[in-house]
Design a protein around this ligand. Structure first.
Ligand code: ATR
Length: 273
């Protein structure tokens, strides 16, 4: 049996072991996948031990994604761009490849699971941390008509926009400059939602019939999902689908088999209602 794990802190509420167990059952793969609480200080030692003990693949979550990016011997192009790694793979020569499946996970949930069109869309991203950096390149690949990053600290938004300027039309702004603008899709990549906070969003920021997407997820509607529902969103979604989709992509990298995600998203959705 081959061993996989997710490292993070906190980790006890992680849904990843359950998701990968469901994938393994569905595809008939012989593997196990456990969650392990690992703080930043011991990440490198814990990761070296995991692979020395024969571990095949590792997911890394908060606060370890940048450390995993530094740890990897090689990086995929999308991990290099994101400056963050959520998936480590032990390769045939025992070197460790770092990948980032968060961006493709978001794209698949938006476009395949929810039928949201990104090409030509006006997209706003709230927040300018690591999560934003990971999703900007795959969103730009879809050629939206505009992609704007808004942040309290506008300098951080500006820095991300400049880093990815060659990939497409991406700009930064601050919350005060959102008045009189409208978007087809608003993505919440701030850490505010989990504490029940919302950035200051003007009325009519979302086009009627537009969509809201919170990268975070919770058993109850997040503050941003609730904002979307109150502001005429056709769909106001949290990040549970993205979680399952990024896991499916990691599973595919590790096992060479693509799990079918919709039944598993349905199952997890039913469990929280
Ligand atoms: P992550 O890796 O999840 O992206 P992060 O790097 O800590 O986390 O970034 C969190 C983002 O949420 C930041 O852009 C932060 O804004 P600042 O850069 O201005 O601090 C944003 N954020 C957190 N709480 C917020 C709030 N209450 N209102 C608006 N933005 C908030």
């Amino acid at each position: 049996i081959e061993h996989y794990a997710v490292f993070g802190q906190p980790i006890s509420h992680s849904k990843s072991p359950r998701i990968h167990k469901l994938f393994a059952e569905q595809t008939g793969q012989l593997m196990d996948y456990v969650a392990q609480e690992v703080p930043a200080e011991t990440f490198a030692a814990a990761t070296s031990r995991f692979f020395a003990d024969g571990g095949k693949g590792l997911n890394c979550t908060v606060p370890l994604k940048e450390l995993a990016w530094q740890y990897a011997d090689h990086l995929t192009e999308r991990a290099r761009q994101a400056k963050a790694v959520n998936t480590l793979v032990c390769q045939a020569d025992d070197s460790i490849l770092g990948d980032n499946t968060d961006g493709i996970g978001l794209l698949n949930d938006l476009t395949i699971n929810h039928g949201i069109t990104l090409n030509g869309a006006k997209i706003l991203i709230l927040g300018a941390g690591g999560a934003t950096r990971g999703v900007v390149p795959p969103l730009l690949e879809q050629q939206p008509s505009t992609l704007i990053i808004v942040n309290r600290n506008a300098g951080k938004a500006q820095a991300i926009a400049e880093d990815f300027a060659e990939l497409g039309a991406v700009h930064a702004c601050d919350y005060a400059n959102l008045t009189d603008r409208q978007f087809d899709l608003i993505i919440n990549a701030t850490s505010a939602s989990l504490s029940g906070d919302l950035p200051p969003l003007p009325e009519a920021l979302l086009k009627t019939g537009g969509s809201c997407y919170d990268l975070a997820y919770a058993n109850q509607a997040t503050a941003f999902v609730t904002w979307g529902l109150a502001n005429n969103a056709a769909q106001s979604l949290d990040g549970l689908g993205m979680l399952v989709e990024q896991a499916a992509e990691a599973f595919f990298i590790w096992r060479g088999v693509r799990p079918q995600t919709s039944t598993i998203i349905g199952l997890l959705n039913a469990e929280r209602e």
